[in-house]
Design a protein around this ligand. Structure first.
Ligand SMILES: [Zn+2]
Length: 280
């Protein structure tokens, strides 16, 4: 659907952030020492919520890592962070310091005394920070590989209590905030069609049993693509009934309604009869 300027900016920030976290996940998956990695935690202590991008638990230290996927030239001045065009953005250190303090309070409450070390990780190789004070816990793209190697070479032997702590933190994770960030949407306002499973462009070409993406050349069975698209509908509209007519409109690129009906019959459970038929 058409996003407002604000929503577009928000979406772009979120997806860039997510991309950065994925890149960092690839790096942490190469760690060879005994440690636990927890991603994307939303926790609460003393009625204050705080978010953790990555928490790395080793036997004698907790690494609290804030991942930033900023691109371009930035500069640092009096503990504030600016883009080259002088636009100020919030200093990630402030958020990190707050998270560290709240995490430490939470650990206290849970009777754990493991020291925390926090870092802001700038993951994008196209990021430059001018006037960066060397005493700040920043890890720049050129230092990242060394940071991971150092981490990986530290001997660590996790005990049962570490696993218990990790489980406890995961169990305390709050599953809500993302919902609030989704703009409201309506079936009528959404562009209909099937997105390519590889590059997310709209599919425009059907060739026999296959959907062909004209943007990236990816091929997928029509049936698989339609089922995938119906599942997306179900995720977006959990309270709407899945009917042949509605799915015909939703998939739009499939020229025969009968074909949609057959796919529904083969892949979903049918309820009701004739014009009242729907699927789950
Ligand atoms: Zn594609």
């Amino acid at each position: 659907m058409q996003l407002s300027k604000f929503e577009q900016q928000n979406y772009s920030n979120l997806s860039k952030g997510f991309e950065g976290e994925l890149k960092f996940d690839v790096l942490t998956s190469n760690l060879v020492n005994d440690c636990l990695v927890l991603n994307d935690l939303l926790l609460k202590t003393n009625s204050q919520t705080f978010q953790i991008d990555t928490l790395l638990l080793t036997n004698n230290l907790i690494y609290l890592l804030e991942i930033k996927n900023y691109v371009g030239d930035f500069y640092y001045k009096s503990d504030r962070l600016f883009m080259k065009d002088q636009l100020e953005i919030s200093n990630p250190l402030i958020q990190l310091t707050r998270s560290e303090s709240l995490l430490s309070q939470l650990l206290n409450k849970l009777n754990y005394t493991i020291p925390i070390q926090s870092f802001v990780i700038f993951i994008n190789p196209s990021f430059t920070l001018y006037q960066a004070p060397p005493d700040k816990p920043f890890i720049f793209p050129t230092q990242l590989q060394r940071f991971i190697s150092t981490l990986s070479s530290q001997p660590s032997k996790l005990k049962n209590q570490h696993k218990k702590l990790a489980e406890k933190l995961v169990s305390l994770h709050i599953e809500e905030s993302n919902i609030k960030q989704i703009p409201s949407f309506d079936f009528q306002l959404l562009r209909k069609g099937i997105l390519c499973s590889n590059c997310y462009s709209f599919i425009t070409k059907i060739n026999g049993m296959k959907c062909i993406c004209t943007s990236c050349g990816n091929e997928e069975l029509v049936e698989t693509a339609v089922v995938r698209n119906i599942k997306e509908f179900r995720l977006l509209f959990p309270h709407k009934k899945i009917t042949t007519n509605q799915m015909y409109e939703w998939c739009t690129v499939i020229p025969q309604k009968r074909r949609i009906q057959k796919i529904l019959q083969r892949n979903f459970k049918q309820f009701g009869v004739r014009q009242w038929t729907y699927y789950e």
